[in-house]
Ligand binder design. Structure first.
Ligand code: ASP
Length: 301
């Protein structure tokens, strides 16, 4: 099938103006407390989640329901992929039931792209392997903008397993387009070679990377995407790269701390910081519903 349609496959293909339009709409929805509308009444959204998810799947479901869409959730453990059906066959069969949008999470990078050319429904990427997680980056940027009033000129330090993180990649694309300075810090084994080409400044140590930062974004070690050997032990990782009340002081006095979740408390982030005054982690989650409403409404409403 070769007709033009609008999907959200990643942040990389979006323009700055498109990102800002989504954030503006999300802000407006957030201001109404994500009030229920009939923007998607009579339409169906299928959440096809082939990898575990708590926040993203629930957030898409609540967002679609606030827009009055009917929502169907399909997860890997209950799908016919367990019987050997290919992703493409699964998607084409779901598409035959005429959903307006398919929200896909998959362990393989590029899976949403593949679906996009095969189905009639709009395809929204809810995380594909280590590639992209566009709605996470949008909600992260929106949260930063709500706090700082702007993104341009902000210094954003991303700490942790950048190599396997689709959140880091999507944020790098979004933040560079929006004019922020992005720093990444972590063990060399977890920083992808050539990341400077994506516009990031690379640091081997946490404290220098935090100096003057407006935002500290902490990432989880993506152990499900590692075959071991990336860090000597979780204790060592935590000692050198864990964010805690002591090292976070190197950031600006009003810097915010973000995490996409799920948090491994005591590994990449200490509980006192995760639950402390700088943390905007639950605000990210709340704003995430607004972002997903904005995306669904703009693409499939
Ligand atoms: N929830 C985010 C993701 O799906 C981050 C993580 O899992 O660490 O990529």
């Amino acid at each position: 099938m070769n007709r033009p349609k609008q999907d959200l496959l990643g942040i990389e293909p979006l323009t700055k103006a498109e990102i800002i339009a989504i954030l503006d709409r999300a802000d407006a929805l957030y201001a109404t407390d994500n009030a229920k509308s009939d923007a998607m009444a009579g339409k169906t959204v299928i959440n096809l989640f082939m990898e575990p998810s708590t926040r993203t799947r629930t957030s898409f479901e609540i967002a679609a329901k606030r827009l009055s869409a009917d929502v169907v959730n399909v997860s890997e453990s209950f799908s016919s992929s367990k019987k050997g059906e290919t992703l493409l066959d699964t998607a084409k069969n779901l598409d035959a039931m005429k959903p307006s949008a398919i929200v896909l999470r998959h362990a393989s990078a590029g899976a949403p792209q593949m679906l996009s050319s095969a189905v009639r429904a709009r395809v929204i990427n809810a995380g594909d392997g280590s590639h992209e997680h566009p709605t996470q980056a949008l909600l992260d940027c929106g949260t930063m903008r709500r706090h700082a009033g702007k993104i341009e000129g902000l210094v954003v330090t991303i700490v942790g397993d950048v190599m396997h993180s689709r959140v880091a990649r999507s944020n790098l694309f979004a933040l560079s387009k929006l004019g922020a300075t992005v720093r990444v810090a972590g063990p060399r084994s977890l920083l992808p070679p050539g990341i400077e080409a994506l516009g990031a400044e690379v640091f081997d140590r946490v404290e220098p990377a935090m100096e003057g930062a407006d935002v500290v974004m902490v990432l989880r070690l993506q152990q499900e995407r590692m075959n071991g050997g990336y860090v000597p032990s979780l204790r060592d990782y935590s000692r050198f790269f864990g964010i805690n009340a002591r090292n976070v002081r190197a950031a600006k006095h009003d810097a915010i701390v973000m995490h996409p979740g799920p948090i491994n408390r005591g590994v990449e982030l200490s509980s006192d910081v995760a639950d402390g005054a700088r943390s905007v982690i639950l605000e990210q989650v709340a704003y995430g519903v607004s972002v997903r409403m904005a995306v669904l409404e703009m693409l499939a409403g």
